[in-house]
Write a protein that binds this ligand. Structure first.
Ligand code: ZN
Length: 206
């Protein structure tokens, strides 16, 4: 812990030394079990100054868990907290409205954005409404769940984004499209646009 409060370092109880001790922080390799998957991380741990054993510490242990969740999301292809926030803010929605729109508990999005680990199903739902068309669909169907003004603002934003995607493609490209879905086509158009803006696409470019 070692938090300085009024100039006095707080001491932590060491169960091995059986007394209050000062602690120090050091990096350590850790394996954290996340939903049955062992996740290896290197994180700060709190250690007893006298016996050098690792002690429970709320802050460092919490940070290690957040780090493990981040690694787990990366491995499983789940959205990171900042991506969830980006999608929500793109439509100008509050955390509570975004939660209600998706049928989650009121605090769910707040918890996800702070680092709580989301399940696969809510993750898929949130990722899907990165598409303004999907978002507009949900806003139309679930409009009664959130304040009217907020809903109308979000709809206007989604419609604007759809219009921009559409005109961007039509004005710029004429390609044979029968073998592509509209989603693939948008992705293809974006790639072409990047190629035009930033030079030739490398074969390895994602
Ligand atoms: Zn100790």
């Amino acid at each position: 812990m070692n938090e300085e409060i009024g100039g006095t370092a707080m001491m932590t109880f060491c169960e091995y030394c059986n007394k209050f001790v000062n602690t120090h922080i050091k990096k350590c390799e850790d394996s954290v079990d996340v939903k049955g998957v062992p996740i290896k991380i290197t994180a700060d741990g709190s250690f007893c100054d006298e016996c050098d054993r690792r002690l429970f510490d709320r802050d460092t242990d919490n940070n290690a868990l957040l780090m493990a969740y981040r690694e787990y999301r990366q491995q499983k292809g789940l959205l990171q907290p900042e991506e969830i926030k980006r999608i929500r803010e793109k439509y100008g929605l509050t955390q509570i409205s975004f939660s209600r729109l998706l049928g989650f508990g009121d605090k769910t999005i707040t918890r996800y954005e702070r680092g709580a680990l989301q399940d696969e199903a809510p993750d898929t739902l949130i990722a899907s409404i990165d598409s303004p068309k999907a978002m507009l669909d949900i806003l139309n169907k679930k409009r009664g769940r959130i304040p009217q003004a907020e809903c109308e603002k979000a709809m206007a934003i989604a419609e604007d984004l759809i219009a921009k995607e559409h005109s961007g493609y039509e004005d710029t490209f004429y390609v044979e499209t029968s073998w592509m879905t509209s989603g693939e086509l948008c992705g293809f158009a974006d790639q072409l646009w990047e190629a035009v803006s930033y030079g030739p696409l490398l074969p390895s470019a994602a």
